[in-house]
Write a protein that binds this ligand. Structure first.
Ligand code: FE2
Length: 366
């Protein structure tokens, strides 16, 4: 990919394809002190107030820079690298390739909590791990009450819900959710009834004295790709049928309609939602429903199967950060009489992890 000039026009050449860069596109990217705040990179001018017929009067191209004089009298020396970056659509979650995993996955690459970890290279590496595998585990995180909120706010900002800023996972009397019992929890995604669905869940183990209560995680991305390959009809109906996910308690009714496997505009994996106690399929044709029910049964079998499920024990000080749009999580049954099992959790959104990753890349010059 490179920049080429022809008369007073600038072209971007990419794999034999040549496209002209609109002069206005360059004009609104003028980046001198007079035009851009050097810290926030926000414009100090309003481009909608510029005349539309911006043209280029003079051009000069060297190895690293493009000098442009525009017909409104402005001049700028552009970094070629910065121009090319814009065409690469530089987004981390796109660039860090997802790595699929199943039950053979060995959870070994953990990150020890340390002072100021949020500004260190280990945090950068942890976030890369998170984008690759959809989760990351931090060890030796102080087991102080509410520390998970500090942790989340040091990466980005807690996403508050009607459960509050954070939630306690331990068995309690008269629970409003199965999470607050000692019953097993089959693999599920959290809060599919919210709009938008919280992106990332943090779970911090404060106490775990029981022998059961193992944590389970499943790579929903791997399962949906496997369904696509082995049961294309099931995959199709689960990617096409919007179902209603709902949550009702005394103070709120939450609803969100979506497919169980949601695809992006290119037909690629975007998000899974799975919580079969909360999903309501609309009254569509009987034949379609027949297929839908078989497909839901199959994907449930896959999510719950030994082939895809990883089980492990969280010990006090462990903090797992999971992509709630990709991973399913659950736990095995435990006996509350054996002792305490106490986790605290909260949510953050993707802007937190992406923002932190980009910040660390800039600060550490990676
Ligand atoms: Fe959950």
């Amino acid at each position: 990919m490179k920049i080429e000039l022809n008369e007073n026009k600038v072209f971007l050449e990419n794999k034999g394809l040549k496209k002209e860069i609109h002069p206005f596109w360059l004009r609104e990217r003028i980046d001198g002190d007079k035009y851009i705040d050097q810290i926030t990179q926000q414009r100090l001018f309003d481009p909608t107030e510029l005349k539309n017929n911006i043209k280029i009067d003079k051009l000069n191209l060297s190895d690293n820079f493009l000098e442009v004089t525009f017909n409104d009298g402005t001049y700028n020396k552009f970094s070629i690298e910065n121009i090319l970056k814009e065409f690469l659509n530089d987004s981390y979650n796109q660039n860090v390739g997802k790595v699929k995993w199943d039950s053979s996955f060995k959870i070994s690459n953990n990150f020890n909590f340390e002072k100021n970890i949020f500004e260190k290279k280990s945090m950068y590496e942890a976030l890369i791990h998170f984008y690759k595998y959809g989760f990351v585990i931090f060890k030796k995180v102080p087991t102080e009450n509410n520390f998970v909120v500090n942790f989340a706010n040091s990466i980005g900002s807690v996403r508050r819900t009607n459960f509050g800023e954070f939630f306690n996972v331990k068995s309690k009397p008269n629970p409003n959710d199965l999470a607050y019992t000692s019953l097993p929890l089959a693999p599920h995604t959290d809060n599919p009834y919210r709009n938008p669905v919280p992106c990332i869940q943090l779970l911090h183990c404060i106490e775990n004295e029981v022998t059961g209560g193992l944590s389970t995680i499943v790579d929903g991305y791997n399962v949906s790709e496997s369904l696509k390959k082995d049961y294309p009809e099931y995959y199709k109906i689960l990617t096409e049928t919007k179902v209603r996910f709902q949550f009702i308690d005394r103070s709120v009714i939450l609803e969100n309609w979506s497919e169980m496997i949601e695809l992006d505009q290119n037909g690629n994996f975007k998000q899974v939602r799975f919580s079969p106690r909360l999903d309501f399929v609309p009254l569509i044709d009987k034949e379609k429903l027949e297929l839908f029910y078989s497909a839901r049964k199959k994907i449930s079998e896959l999510y719950n199967s030994d082939k895809f499920r990883v089980e492990f024990k969280l010990i006090p000080g462990d903090l797992i950060m999971m992509d709630n749009h990709r991973l399913l999580h659950g736990r095995t049954r435990y006996d509350a009489n054996e002792g305490n099992r106490f986790l605290q959790g909260c949510y953050i959104d993707y802007d937190s992890t992406e923002g932190k990753l980009k910040h660390l890349k800039r600060e550490l010059n990676i």
